[in-house]
Design a protein around this ligand. Structure first.
Ligand code: SIN
Ligand code: FE2
Length: 216
């Protein structure tokens, strides 16, 4: 087959292992990217992006909102999941069907069949925003994997070990990439390096991340 230089059709997704239990599904969400972005806007119209406070009193550089039954929040009282948006007191917007299907399909493709997320944290990064190394451990059952979708401006993901001091691997993430980790990798430290200034045709100066988890 000859390759047309001007062919705009998206590449087929492909998988890249990171370590046992973790992999990147490259471009897995590319085909539904614009749909996801429309839904992000709808969620944010009900539950606006906000920069939350860490328990230590710092303002996070990443702005967040949530959808699904359980939303992840942080404030002076600590990190936790709750069913109401603390800003409005209303329940979080429900999880759009396209979100749920994508997360389920990605988990299944990664070898984690039967994933039923009840929580989606939506992270918005602008230039200069970052996420320090941390473990996702506010969930009840670490038997469920994590599905993490990147949209818009590229970023560098850090994927470390089970101890904070383990040197993290750097994994470049682009629009449509989906990282899935679970099993022996479920509690690995991870984070995102400071976002560099860039422009994406679908998101402008923003990077979005959807983190799907089973909280309860
Ligand atoms: C996180 O896992 O906490 C954020 C991941 C990302 O933004 O890619
Ligand atoms: Fe995380």
């Amino acid at each position: 087959m000859t390759m047309d230089l001007f062919d705009q059709s998206p590449a087929e997704p492909w998988a890249e292992p990171i370590c046992e239990g973790a992999l990147v599904l490259r471009r897995f969400a590319s085909a539904c990217g614009s749909e996801l972005l429309v839904e992000i806007e709808q969620v944010a119209a009900q539950a606006p992006f906000r920069q939350m406070q860490t328990p230590g009193g710092h303002t996070m550089s990443v702005a967040m909102t949530c959808c699904g039954d359980w939303g992840w929040v942080t404030d002076a009282r600590g990190y936790r999941y709750q069913q109401q948006d603390p800003v409005s007191g209303d329940p979080w917007p429900s999880m759009p069907e396209v979100f749920h299907k994508l997360a389920k399909d990605a988990a299944e493709t990664a070898g984690y069949g039967g994933f039923e997320p009840d929580s989606c944290l939506i992270n918005r990064y602008l230039r200069g925003a970052k996420m320090g190394l941390h473990q996702d451990k506010d969930e009840d059952d670490f038997g469920h994997p994590i599905v993490s979708v990147s949209l818009g401006v590229p970023a560098t993901f850090q994927f470390g070990g089970l101890r904070r001091g383990d040197r993290p691997e750097r994994v470049p993430l682009e629009h449509g990439d989906v990282v899935v980790w679970g099993g022996p990798a479920r509690l690995r430290y991870h984070g995102v390096l400071t976002l560099k200034a860039a422009d994406h045709p679908l998101t402008g100066v923003c990077r979005y991340n959807l983190t799907f988890r089973r909280a309860r």
